[in-house]
Design a protein around this ligand. Sequence first.
Ligand code: COA
Ligand code: AMP
Length: 630
Amino acid sequence: MGYQDIYQSWQNDPEGFWMAQAEAIDWVEKPTKALSSENAPLYEWFADAKVNTCWNAVDRHVEAGRGDQTAIIYDSPVTHTKREISYFELRNRVASLAGALRAKGVEKGDRVIIYMPMIPEALEAMLACARIGAIHSVVFGGFAANELAVRIDDATPKAIIAASCGIEPGRVVHYKPLLDGAIDLAKHKPEFCVILQREQEVAHLEEGRDYNWHGFQYGVEPAECVPVEGNHPAYILYTSGTTGQPKGVMRPTAGHLVALNWTMKNIYNVQPGEVFWAASDVGWVVGHSYICYGPLITGNTTIVFEGKPIGTPDAGTFWRIIDEHKVKSFFTAPTAFRAVRREDPTGEFIKKYDLSGLRAVYLAGERADPATIEWAQEKLNVPVIDHWWQTETGWAIAANPLGIEQLPVKLGSPSVAMPGYDVQILDEAGHPVGPNTLGAIAIKLPLPPGTLPNLWNAEERFKKSYLNTFPGYYETGDAGMKDEDGYLYIMARTDDVINVAGHRLSTGGMEEVLASHPDVAECAVIGVADELKGQLPLGFLCLNSGSGREHADVVKECVKLVRDKIGPVAAFKLAVVVDRLPKTRSGKILRGTMVKIADGEEFKMPATIDDPAILDEIRVALKTLGYPAA
Ligand code: COA
Ligand code: AMP
């Protein structure tokens, strides 16, 4: 069957379609029905089933006789380490860690925060939680202590599992002091912490609160897999919204298993036993779905890569790993390819390696610019597939499903809607618009299995953020269009979210931090176009009258403040002091207009602007920072 037939078969019988896909999962108790709509517009999938994620990702492969197969390849150019872990070893390691957590009182439904770099133990910690029904929440290492504290207070974890340090090129990231700082800042205190001491930096352990990863497992009874309900949350993953308070996206257990398993074969075109590599980080949704769960559920070998596309040691690292570990499907962010291309435009490094085993490359996380796709297609000689999704959905909304059939690639489009997603382009009144017309991208409810059923402890915010604007639809927060063949084009966000090097960040969150500076009276942060990272945040600061401070000093302090409060990942390095901000007569800051000026784009003078002269002041200020770039 081709894509059209499969999409049609889903449309004809959505529940039947997903019940059939559910056959691929090992259930303790099979679901008697697919969809629960009693609380519409809140929906659940496979709610009455009993199942365990860790069993499906690990144990069942051992039981099926594939225990000797490599489950995880750890390749860390930053520590010069390579290691392989078989499914058998993974089962034992995870059962032991889960047993130790249980012995310290972690039970089904308890939250556990995981704060770890790209090491196999991060996946083991996730799987150990899944094994006993604990709900993990992984926090990305590039966030500052304050962001970790916000997540601790929202998730109220019983335990935190962390590593002593992470390694960024040229510097050690001191995870443990960041963790200690976060616990000090947070109102909620975890009962205990488990610390993996890395040899690159051994951390101080707090007597009575912190346990050593290894010692803590000594003599414990390994834990068996605990069956949980199909709608039990597998994890919470925080993502940026319009404010500094991140949204706790919940992932339901059964739908997650069914959907990810479907994607591995149908989108990523890999069979059990083959090597799948997503070069992302466990702190992001890509890492959850495609470094940890997806490949393991299907019985693939996954790669945990601790390094960067360039500089660890060079722009050939991706190709070395694909060659050395026989990667069949490779997933990364367009930014990573832009970085590689900038260092090696003619692909000299590519020529050094045997990439004949590679079947396809997948890009997501931000808009894939056609030039980058064309470069990769030409140099790698395999299909380069753009696909579009979000933390909220956990898997692709739109893709080119190579495992079903390869549809023609249209540059600039992540191709077509996947089964489960009825994607519509809506006008402001919520009416579907015709082909090639810009609008808000929305998905007709219910969303498919594996997508978020709610936000953690924030149902009203869930409804307000996603459901209220267009009744009957999920609002993606992206704007774009659909052509006559159903290909989608994702053009921009409709909210204050920007995308920096494939990282989703909130300009509203940065504004909150800048506004806390004692000399800042008012501020605005916008995302300006950047050749490498896609977008970069840029701040405008209005100082308190009579502040009398040197502008350069305030800018420097503000840059440091964002780094200290949000973290280095915010990449906030550009700011300028202005007298006033352009606003509408009702006082709304015209951020969109400022973005257009910074990017050197044409724009229509907003009819509601209070004082057009301010735009000239903005133009002058931007010039001092080199915007618009030539
Ligand atoms: N822990 C601590 N700090 C981190 C971090 C982590 N896990 N990840 C990034 N940072 C830091 C970086 O060291 C950098 O700090 P600096 O300001 O001291 O230089 C800062 O956060 C910004 O990082 P980044 O935006 O990633 O830029 P970079 O200059 O370090 O690297 C690229 C540029 C293109 C190589 C890099 O962005 C990259 O690999 N991008 C791929 C993105 C990706 O995989 N996204 C996942 C979504 S699919
Ligand atoms: P995140 O939740 O971090 O995965 O970010 C999701 C957002 O990234 C989406 O809402 C889009 O704005 C953007 N995005 C992700 N993938 C793509 C893509 N293939 N093309 C365009 N934008 C994308």
